[in-house]
Design a protein around this ligand. Sequence first.
Ligand SMILES: Nc1ncnc2c1ncn2[C@@H]1O[C@H](COP(=O)(O)OP(=O)(O)OP(=O)(O)O)[C@@H](O)[C@H]1O
Ligand SMILES: [Mg+2]
Length: 377
Amino acid sequence: MSSPQDPWHFPRTTLAETHFALIDKGLANALVLFGRRRTGKTEFLLKDLTPVAENAKRTVVYVNFWASPLAPTAVLIRALETALKGGPLFTRIGLAAEGLKPSVKVGAGAAGVQGEAALEFKSAIASSGDQLAHIDDLFAKLTSGKRKALILFDEVQELAAEPGNASLIAALRTSLDIRKANIAAVFTGSNRDGLNAMFARRAAPFFQFATAIDFPPLDDAFVDHLLAAFAQIVGPKLPRQAVLEAFHGAHRSPFFLRKLLEQLALDPVRNVGVSAQALRARLANDLGYDRIWLSLTPLQRGLLAHFALGSSSPFSEVSRMSIGQAIAAPPPSTAQLQTALRKLLRLKLVLRLDGRSEYVLDDPELGAWIAASLSEP
Ligand SMILES: Nc1ncnc2c1ncn2[C@@H]1O[C@H](COP(=O)(O)OP(=O)(O)OP(=O)(O)O)[C@@H](O)[C@H]1O
Ligand SMILES: [Mg+2]
């Protein structure tokens, strides 16, 4: 991670202040921010929200469940323990990650378990009941002085994905609930189904606990900021219009734009359009889009293409006809569509919107890749 003074970072201070005010003024105990993959959630938490909260004298704890989905309890304990040692979050994050890589040993002789997979964590606490009590203890210590705390839970849907985490989630909710006057929480996630399972359903463990907010995408001011940084650090001025087009073509992905500028910094020709196209192809290759495509049945491909072209509900007669036409087959039945959809949901290629029978592609870049491939001769 780069320093807080990272010249490439586009500050979103107003957004951070608005979010923090909701918490600080007691209008909400907790926020849940939903934003698609790679839209800048983590960068916002660490570089915008954290300084605002630390200026207001809050102890900030950052918990990233994605860092080690196999060991969420260890992740949480480590983050709380390092927070209790004091100091700003920026200097603590490296410490929190240390010792968290689970050493996965599979097979005979693993940690005394013969012939089975065993997981070992470099955490001192052994049993889960002890761990949960320890977590509550750490929460109590965090608010024992006059200080208040803000806990940032990144990629929280990872917790809900594993049924074995139910006791951890329940304990977390209780700990946060009884200390809500002193501990606020911000949760983020990129999977709406996963977040709904934690926050929105009536039976959800965090039902009515947090205020849901859509994380706004970055706008053209972000592009201008990066263009100015590029001119200052690298030298040449890039053509604004071409860079804006590339940014919008990539669904306003900050990840894409940062990669594009990295590539342009090294490229003496600096043709933005050509470079953006090459980057898109490289990312498609890195992310294995062609391999994914080849592994699917014609109907699954037809469905993905249907979503890629902007339709969200496949079950109407018109949709079924057009999917059938696209794959040169009779219109698929509802049952056939449901089977294909189940597979696409399981592969996390599509998302169901709020439990309705409408769907979108999980990765808009995959959609763009499919749409571009379809229009190629
Ligand atoms: N405000 C910003 N200024 C500059 N670069 C940014 C900004 N926000 C995001 N980025 C860049 O965009 C990329 C993606 O950001 P980030 O990892 O924060 O997204 P995310 O939503 O947390 O992604 P994921 O869903 O993968 O966790 C990173 O390379 C990051 O540096
Ligand atoms: Mg992130």
